[in-house]
Every structure is written in C-alpha cells, then in structure tokens.
Ligand binder design. Structure first.
Ligand SMILES: *Cc1c(COP(=O)(O)O)cnc(C)c1O
Length: 384
C-alpha cells in the first residue's frame, strides 16, 4: 500500500506536471512577475468559472477577508457576527480592523454557523455576517441572506474551504460558493481545494462600485498612479502563483469529484456505526448521494460520540495514518478573542465538537486499499 498522506500535493503535481511547468516557464521567460498577463488570465478564468462579475486576486485568504471588510467601509466598533468553530483568520481580521467580533454557535451536523444563533446575536451595532463555508460546503445561505436583508447587513462569505462547491437554494436554483453574499473571500493556500505553490487569495463580488474600491485598496489605496485616496494595503497574487492556478483551475471540478468519491466511500464504510457520525450535507444526504455537488470535502470530518476521539487519534498515529483535529479549541476560548460578554452556555455545539471531531486524509489520490485501511482502523478503535 502507498504511504497515506493527509494531503497529496506531490501525487497531484505528477498528473499535471507538464502543464504547470510550461505555465511557470512562460513567467520565467517573460519576467512578468507582478501583475503579468497570467494574473489577468486567471482572474478572467475564475470569473467565468464562478459566474461572478469581479474577481480581485490578492496575496492570501486572510488578506482577502480583511480587504473585503475594508472595502465595505466597516468602522471600528461595528459588530461582525461569525462562527465560533472555524480557523482563526476569520475572527483575526475582524479584530485587526477594530471591529467587534461576535462569535456564535454552529450546527452539529454540517459544522456551519447556526442561523438561529446569528439572529439572536444581532444588535443595533451589527453591520455584517461572515458565514464560513466550513470543510467544503456552504452555510445555510437561504436563511443567512434572509436575515441579512431583514436587518440590512452585509454578508461576507469566507470561502477558503469551499471553492467549487455549488449551493442549492430552497427554490432549486444554484450558485457557486463565494458568489452569494455581497462579497466573497478565498484562499489558494497549497492544501486548499484550489491551491497554488505558495500563498494566494482572491475577493469576489458582483458589485461594480465595491470591485472598484477593492482594486484600489489592494494597491496602496491608489486609483490613479501616485494618488492615494484611501489607506490601502499591498496585497498581490504573484504571476507564478497565477500560472499554477491557471493550470489547475480546469481540473478543479475533477478534483472535487474525486474528493466526493473518497467521501462516499468513507461514509459507506461507516454506515451503521453507532458511535460515528459522518458529515452531513445541507441536503441531509450524509455525503453519499451521487448527484449533489454541494460539498467539495475540503475536510472529511467525523464525530466520535462515545468519548473515544483521542483514543482513535492515538490508534491512527500508531498505524501511521495521518489525521487532523480541526478545530481543537473554540475561538471564544482563545486568549486573543476572550470577551466577558461570552457565556459558555451559548456555545453547546462548538464546545462538544472540539471534543468529538477528527478529520481523515482527504485528497484526490486516495485509493480503495488506503480507504479501507483507514476506516477499519477507526472502527476498531471506536469499538475496542
Ligand atoms: C485557510 C483559511 C483562511 C486563510 O487563508 P490564508 O490564505 O491561509 O490566509 C481563512 N479562513 C478559513 C476558513 C481558512 O480555512
């Protein structure tokens, strides 16, 4: 059996080596390292893929979130509601801009922000909601857009983990993740579903005015050369990263299907296991339906409900199977984000999830033998 990787970037590269090398070599030959034609080519290709009017590339996903919030003109003291169960980048930029983060609880089956908790947290100071499309599927965007409209709030989608996912609305219509709220932000960190070979990110919007503002912010607040109208940042996607992304974007749908296929095999193997909860899609299909494209499985995350999560982790370690605990500590209990307004009783789900979750190897190169080795090891440890 091939050695199991958590993320197999080397194997993936082997399959697209010629395209990627050719694309990078064009940059080396032209020396157009910053703002070269490859960046514009990628921007246009991603706009077409997502069906969004404007893609503004930037240096990483954290910047993308920060710039989106700057572009919307959020001011110190404005409250921004986001999920307690996510990667810290989301709440970090809210704090950096001196906005007030308001963390709320999540859904135990999809792991995404709970719309009921959002609505409870709204005050007259609330200006925006940042749903994180955690592990590869959209938060409940029907409910979130309704709440936003009712209370006149911006919606900034943190789409770092769900690029390529479709969101199916209640009326059956579909949109790509990141293209639903007022603005979307994503990351091209190497291990993300569409990853480059360094850092990269992008902001999406259908709003022409906002796109214009954001294009200036990423470039030192310049709208005309050497005229600085607002305080901006320096945040660029470099041409070599754009070249890699250009070569990989045409494969994204295939990569997502391969991940879904691996997820289906995992979920089938765990069917009937009393103490293992497999990830559910918004449609409730437990990740094994063959038709929906709503989950792109950035992570395949189980809940071990009989208190043996750490025992399972130890067993996997012994067998040489990589795994991840995403995330081990709720954000409201992180030193940097503690706030006396938080009440432990407001976070029952996140507080439980951090003790139960375990993410399994997930990438485009997993084979059946590896999957059955992984699933048997987990079933053995859970029931042992
Ligand atoms: C990766 C990630 C980010 C940050 O992206 P970087 O490119 O690493 O800055 C933000 N939010 C979430 C949910 C992420 O997973």
């Amino acid at each position: 059996m091939k050695k199991i990787q958590m993320v197999d970037l080397i194997g993936q590269y082997q399959g697209i080596k010629d395209e990627v090398n050719e694309s990078i070599n064009q940059i080396l030959d032209s020396a157009a390292f910053i703002n070269g034609p490859k960046v514009h080519e990628f921007q246009a290709a991603l706009e077409a893929y997502l069906g969004v009017k404007h893609v503004i590339p930037c240096a990483n996903g954290t910047d993308a979130l920060q710039i989106a919030m700057m572009g919307l003109g959020l001011k110190p003291g404005d409250e921004v509601i986001t999920a307690d169960f996510t990667f810290a980048a989301t709440v970090e930029v809210i704090g950096l801009l001196q906005l007030t983060p308001v963390l709320v609880d999540v859904d135990p089956y999809t792991f995404n922000i709970d719309p009921i908790a959002i609505e409870k947290a709204i005050t007259p100071k609330t200006k925006a909601i940042v749903p994180v499309h955690l592990f590869g599927q959209c938060a409940d965007m029907d409910a979130i857009m309704e709440i936003a409209e009712k209370h006149n709030l911006y919606v900034i989608e943190d789409n770092a983990q769900a690029i390529g996912a479709d969101h199916q609305f209640r009326d059956g219509s579909k949109k790509k993740a990141g293209n639903i709220g007022h603005v979307g932000a994503t990351s091209f960190f190497p291990s993300k579903n569409l990853g480059c070979y360094g850092d990269g990110g992008a902001i999406f919007t259908n709003d022409d005015d906002l796109a214009h503002i954001i294009r200036g912010i990423v470039n030192h607040g310049m709208y005309e050369r050497y005229h600085h109208d607002v305080i901006g940042v320096n945040s660029r996607l470099d041409s070599i990263q754009a070249a890699v992304l250009n070569a990989k974007l045409p494969h994204l749908d295939t990569y997502c299907s391969q991940r879904r296929e691996a997820a289906r095999k995992y979920s089938r193997a765990f069917a009937g296991q009393e103490h293992i909860v497999v990830p559910k899609t918004v449609r409730g299909c437990e990740g094994i339906c063959d038709t929906c494209d709503c989950h792109v499985f950035h992570q395949y995350t189980l809940r071990i409900t009989n208190g043996k999560r750490d025992k399972v982790a130890e067993h996997l370690k012994q067998k040489g199977i990589p795994f991840g605990i995403y995330y081990p500590i709720p954000l409201h209990r992180q030193k940097a984000y503690e706030d006396t307004r938080y009440n432990e009783a407001d976070f029952p789900v996140t507080n439980l999830l951090v003790t139960e979750v375990i993410s399994l190897p997930m990438h485009t190169e997993l084979d059946d033998e590896q999957i059955s080795f992984i699933t048997s090891a987990i079933i053995e440890a859970v029931n042992g």
